[in-house]
Design a protein around this ligand. Structure first.
Ligand code: S3P
Length: 443
């Protein structure tokens, strides 16, 4: 099995309505947070991808009962002190930084040792970014050279912390908030803006959390040890998964797509703001609020006169998982686009900024990279006709999906490896692409 796809033809004009897969951030959070509720939580429309299934397996290993009933997942939490397992239990976080990092927050008070492991990609990523603040609460956390495996042994003697989160990382912020939930007293975080799903879920659960918004930071006050009951949650679509179809449509000719019921939380809207500044005309319809989150249908049409952008770094965190496809739009826009301070992109499932640079070079787009900044020289007539092979990118799902979008819109003869990487976040990616007319040969 080669685990690759061949794409030899651009996609024909299309006009379709689709649903993309459920939000991964919310799926993982709803599992981890219901594991410490009291009694039954019900999660509807959970993303059934490897990262999320690993989250379910993880809480099961910690002694939490999970059942699937008529497409809904039932999670039976035992409260804040409710984990039960043997000493040195191993929990596998697979490819998921969110799972590996947030679960450490959940374990600060648990007195057994738990070992968190991950796949090749996750084992190369930085865990000191969460271990350092979490250790300030009191647990013992040992890492292997700053990465996984991580061994955590919680304690009853926890103290709240004051922490300044400077990277704009929702994973760091959320792991601290979850630890704060398990700690007596008031934890205060000054956090550079990042996705706020954990805060919204805590507010919905009526936990004592206060968020004061400033321009680039949020000041978050969280009182711990307030027990909550199990809850019901229906997961909306994932804007990060939608982004591949948004860009596919923008870069195709005479096409239109409606992506239904997507989470359009303001802290995730960087891609829409950036693309609209580049002359896209992306609209929302049927907006509603669900348990603090905003949901809408996203409407996108092809655009001929895309223009370059000098992207404000203040949008980086809210578009962090979407830059790969944003770079494709920059490659086809008139003018030179500039993106700055994207060091965090190199800390993802693969070093995405470095890979994007190589990828754009490979397809003949002029690009200049200077440390964490990148300049892309767009060409509105970009059209490819050579052979391209994409492989060796640490099986990064988003690199695979971005490559498919490039192949289907720029043309050329493509062989793209690591098809199975989509199982981590968007298992239905290829079947939805086919539904809107893409010709993709599985090799
Ligand atoms: C996520 C936060 C982001 C993002 C990741 C999911 C989350 O990571 O890249 O895919 O669910 O909190 P950082 O918070 O480390 O930037």
């Amino acid at each position: 099995m080669q685990n690759s796809v061949l794409i030899k033809k651009k996609i024909e004009p299309f006009s379709k309505k689709i649903l993309v897969s459920s939000d991964k951030s919310l799926s993982i959070r709803s599992i981890l947070i219901s594991a410490q509720g009291i009694g039954k939580s019900k999660v509807k429309n959970l993303l059934e991808s490897e990262d999320v299934l690993n989250a379910l397996k993880a809480i099961k290993k910690l002694g939490i009962k999970v059942k699937k009933k008529n497409k809904e997942y039932l999670i039976f939490g035992n409260g804040l002190n409710g984990f039960r397992c043997k000493n040195n239990t191993t929990v596998y976080a697979g490819n998921s930084g969110t799972l590996g990092r947030l679960i450490l927050g959940l374990l600060v008070k648990f007195k057994k040792s738990v070992i968190i492991t991950g796949d090749n990609s996750l084992s190369k990523r930085d865990f000191s970014r969460v271990a350092e603040p979490l250790k300030l609460f009191g647990p013992i956390i040992d890492l292997k050279k700053g990465s996984l495996p991580a061994k955590i042994k919680g304690t009853n003697f926890l103290r709240p912390i004051n922490y300044y989160e400077k990277k704009g990382s929702a994973q760091i912020k959320s792991s601290i908030l979850i630890a704060a939930m398990n700690t007596p007293g008031k934890t205060i975080i000054k956090a550079r803006k990042s996705r706020n799903h954990t805060e919204l879920l805590f507010k919905y659960l009526k936990l004592p959390i206060k968020v004061q918004k400033a321009r680039n930071y949020d000041y978050i006050h969280m009182e711990g040890l307030r027990q909550y009951k199990g809850f019901e949650y229906e997961i909306p679509g994932d804007i990060s998964s939608a982004s591949f179809f948004i860009v596919l449509t923008l870069l195709s000719e005479n096409s239109k797509i409606i992506i239904r019921k997507v989470n359009i939380n303001e802290t995730r809207l960087g891609i829409i703001k950036i693309l609209n500044k580049m002359n896209a005309n992306i609209k929302f319809k049927n907006k509603k609020i669900y348990k603090g989150e905003s949901i809408a249908d996203i409407i996108v049409e092809s655009v001929k006169n895309l223009k370059s952008i000098n992207c404000p770094s203040s949008l980086n965190s809210s578009a962090i998982d979407e830059f790969l496809v944003i770079f494709l739009v920059a490659a086809k826009a008139r003018g030179i686009s500039s993106f700055k301070n994207l060091g965090e992109l190199n800390k993802k499932e693969s070093p995405r900024l470095n890979i994007a640079f190589k990828f754009l070079n490979m397809i003949g787009v002029k690009v200049i990279k200077n440390k964490d900044d990148i300049k892309i020289y767009g060409n509105p007539n970009l059209s490819l006709n050579k052979n391209y092979v994409v492989k060796k990118f640490l099986k990064d799902h988003r690199i695979f999906m971005m490559s498919c979008v490039a192949a289907l819109t720029f043309g050329g003869n493509w062989k793209i490896y690591d098809k199975d990487s989509i199982r981590t976040s968007f298992p239905k990616f290829l079947s939805i692409l086919r539904k809107i007319g893409a010709k993709i040969i599985v090799n």
